[in-house]
Design a protein around this ligand. Structure first.
Ligand code: 5GP
Length: 189
C-alpha cells in the first residue's frame, strides 16, 4: 500500500533491536485518515462475506481493528493481556511473548465472544516473530472457529513470523513488508 509505505519512509524511526517506531501516526498518535485507508484496503483484500468477527490483541491493534471493522460491519473482539488468570472454563487462554517488552503475557478471550460458528479475521499493527499472531490463531482454534485470514499493517519480513504463518496456509496480507532496515535506510519487498 503506497500511501502507508510513503508514510513509513517519512515518519518511521528505526530503533535499536529491530524496532520500528511509528508512534507519530499508527500506535500512539493515530492518523485516522491514514488508518481509514488501511481499513478500506483490508476490506479489499478480504472481501469474504463470511467474516463474522475481527480479532485483535490489546492495545495497539484495537484502534486499527475498530476503524477497519466499519468496512466489515462486524464486531471487534480484542484479546486481553491478563495480569492474573483464573482458568474457570469461561475463557480461552494462551501465552504470548511480547516482542517489544520481552515479557510473556497470559492472553485471554471470553468464550461468550468467540465460538464454532464464527469466521474470524485477525488484524494487528505489526508482525515480527509471529508470537502475537500465533497466539490469536490458537485462541481461534480453541474456539473451534474458522480463520478467514490475518491482516497486518507492517510486516518485518526479515523476521520469521510471516514465513511461519504462510507455511500454515493461512491467508496473510501485510500492507507493507519491510525487507531490511538500518538507521538510515529502509527497503520494502
Ligand atoms: P511478534 O509477536 O510478531 O514478534 O510481534 C508483534 C507484536 O509486537 C505487535 O503486536 C507489535 O505490537 C509489537 N511489535 C513488533 N515489532 C514491532 C516494531 O518494530 N515496532 C513496534 N512499534 N511494535 C512492534
Amino acid at each position: 500500500m503506497e500511501l502507508l509505505k510513503e508514510r513509513i519512509l517519512t515518519d518511521g524511526v528505526v530503533k535499536p533491536g529491530n524496532v520500528l517506531k511509528v508512534d507519530s501516526f499508527l500506535n500512539h498518535q493515530m492518523d485516522i485518515d491514514l488508518i481509514n485507508e488501511i481499513g478500506r484496503e483490508f476490506r479489499r483484500r478480504f472481501p469474504s462475506e463470511k467474516i463474522t468477527k475481527i480479532l485483535t490483541i490489546e492495545s495497539s491493534g484495537i484502534g486499527i481493528a475498530c476503524i477497519a471493522a466499519q468496512y466489515f460491519h462486524v464486531p471487534v473482539v480484542f484479546a486481553k493481556k491478563a495480569q492474573s488468570i483464573n482458568i474457570d472454563g469461561e475463557i480461552y487462554h494462551t501465552k504470548v511473548e511480547s516482542f517489544t517488552h520481552k515479557k510473556v503475557y497470559d492472553v485471554i478471550v471470553s468464550k461468550k465472544f468467540l465460538g464454532p460458528e464464527d469466521h474470524v479475521l485477525v488484524i494487528d499493527d505489526f508482525l515480527a516473530n509471529g508470537c502475537a499472531l500465533m497466539g490469536l490463531i490458537s485462541l481461534i482454534r480453541d474456539a473451534g472457529a474458522t480463520i478467514e485470514g490475518a491482516g497486518i499493517v507492517i510486516e518485518k519480513g526479515f523476521q520469521q513470523g510471516g514465513k511461519l504463518i504462510r507455511e500454515t496456509g493461512i491467508h496473510l496480507e501485510s500492507l507493507a513488508v519491510i525487507d531490511s532496515m538500518t538507521d538510515d535506510s529502509l527497503t520494502f519487498r
